[in-house]
Write a protein that binds this ligand. Sequence first.
Ligand code: NAD
Ligand code: AKB
Length: 317
Amino acid sequence: MKKDKILVIGACGQIGVELTLALRKMYGDNNVVASDLREEHDLLKGTGPYVSLDVMNKEMLHVLVIRHNITQVYLLAAILSATGEKNPLLAWHINMQSLLNVLDIAKEEGLDKIYWPSSIAVFGPSSPKVDTPQHTTIEPTTIYGISKFAGERWCEYYNHRYGIDVRSLRYPGLISYKSAPGGGTTDYAVEIYHEALEEGTYKCFLSEDTYLPMMYMHDAIRATIELMEAPGEKISVRSAYNLSGMSFSPKEISAAIQQHIPDFTISYEPDYRQEIANSWPQSIDDSQASKDWGWKPQYDLAKMTEDMLKNLKKQKG
Ligand code: NAD
Ligand code: AKB
């Protein structure tokens, strides 16, 4: 077992639940402190320490870090793209201040490592749409994307200026069955599986040919752990790495579901989230992550669909 003491902030969210459970397996249950604003998620109950925390309260966060002898922080608390557009100033405030609180405490306490995720939302309409490169024009048009891009610059700044070992990935839209997604534009690709099993039909808020970069949660958790485990000298990107899993449209995911549920139907009623999706890439070039720390995805659309439906069926009884 490793000696580090980890704090996960935003542990009850879509990524947080699965990442906390994976980290507890690696580091020992008591060495991973889960925290969130929300009540403890059912899947975390009884698996290790849980603390109620508002990451915006820097003093409380600082006390928690000292009291639990924390050496690494995974900061997952954020307002995602669709929710962010409803209250842009709040999204900016939460997304930026949470990161600054964590980075500053990392500097003051000399923490070993920080993980903070970025997103494909950093890219905007002026970035290349297909195989978007690691380094390219970055002019995001959502407040979420703007906050992620600013966050990336802060991460690199704290690394260069203060030597903080901060690491980050630009996750694509993540698809999972354990914990529900929290207000993103790519959430349709999770909802569709639930509705396919419960209703046999789904009304999609994006148009049928909207291609977006996506990834199955198993791959996302593995990528996060592989990045965090990689030797420091292999990490050439201190803003955030491009990361790619798969790319598909609503029409394609619906065809993949029909392979298992032939009667499944989909209809389309695009809303304000269509404009957000239109501003993002369709696919991502993650060759830098492959080169630096050996990243390789394992799930494609067909394999993910089979696994999602199998596990959701079990869950729904
Ligand atoms: P989520 O919304 O499911 O979870 C975020 C968690 O943070 C929630 O449980 C929420 O209660 C908690 N939280 C919010 N404000 C808080 C506060 N002030 N103090 C403490 N906790 C607070 O989000 P997620 O999908 O798990 O995303 C985690 C991170 O990954 C975010 O930074 C997000 O931008 C990034 N990301 C996610 C995706 C995706 O598809 N899920 C894609 C790209 C990037
Ligand atoms: C969202 O849709 O906001 C997130 C993301 C791609 O960052 N899933």
